[in-house]
Design a protein around this ligand. Structure first.
Ligand SMILES: [Zn+2]
Length: 264
């Protein structure tokens, strides 16, 4: 029996489904994957010219030192994510009849955009669609309904979003590198709902992990932790790093999900 069929059988037997998604989930929607410096610079050639890699750019200090640069990077990503249509894999997952929860390191809001219940998602690294103060002056988090215009040639934002409360520069409510100013309130609420969901599990759980690499291992650790806690079956979809699971599927997200769907 091949692994696709095995995965489909496990999914069919399960009542609960935990979807653990990393950056690889977005690639099939056309979103860039910031794997390694070369991957990042392919998406942002201007950053290469400036000598900045992903870690250097995804740093909260830029909102103090050079908010136009900080908002060029996050504003461009915000526009990109707003304009992206989630690929068919999201639809396949959404249509599964299970009692589901999503745990993701992605900040792109694609699960909500695909129609998943916002109250059944943990965005462990935050979301680009929410803002907080860069200082921060308090622990408020608000939805970003504003536009950011970016001059990509100069890599400069034409407008800078401001804190609703104190007028300082606002920033996305995303956990950045070396970030001691991330306001965790929203993630904490999500985690509380997730823990409640986990506490209700009384039947077979399958963990479907998709596109979560070893470079940022938060999602993989979560899969492995929950697998051990619940004696769950872990299905790992990853074209390069599918190892270490009960069922390993070395394919990209959309292709793997479409193949699994064919057996459901
Ligand atoms: Zn403020």
């Amino acid at each position: 029996m091949n692994n696709i069929k095995k995965a489909a059988n496990e999914i069919k037997k399960a009542k609960y489904l935990l979807i653990n998604a990393g950056a690889g989930m977005g690639v099939d929607s056309g979103l860039p994957d910031f794997r390694g410096n070369e991957g990042f610079w392919m998406a942002y050639p201007i950053a290469k010219k400036l000598g900045l890699n992903f870690q250097a750019l995804a740093n909260p200090a830029w909102f103090d030192i050079n908010p136009r640069l900080a908002w060029a990077f996050y504003g461009h990503r915000l526009n990109l994510y707003r304009n992206t249509t989630p690929h068919r894999g999201f639809e396949i997952l959404k249509n599964l009849p299970h009692n589901k929860f999503v745990f993701t390191s992605n900040v792109d809001g694609q699960f909500q955009k695909a129609g998943f219940d916002d109250k059944k998602i943990v965005e462990i690294h935050g979301s680009i669609h929410y803002l907080q103060c860069s200082v921060p002056c308090g622990d408020e988090i608000w939805e970003n309904n504003e536009e950011v215009e970016v001059d990509m040639e100069k890599f400069e934002a034409l407008n800078i979003l401001k804190c609703k409360f104190c007028g300082s520069v606002a920033r996305p409510n995303i956990l950045m590198f070396g970030d001691f100013r991330f306001v965790e309130k929203r993630v904490e609420v999500q985690l509380a709902r997730y823990e409640y969901w986990l506490s209700q599990i009384d039947d077979k759980l399958v963990i479907l992990e998709i596109g979560a690499g070893k470079a940022v291992p938060t999602v993989r650790y979560e899969s492995e932790k929950i697998k051990n806690m619940f004696n769950a079956t872990l299905i790992r979809i990853n074209p390069r790093e599918a190892d270490g699971a009960d069922i390993e599927i070395p394919l990209r997200a959309k292709e793997a999900l479409e193949k699994i769907e064919a057996y459901l």
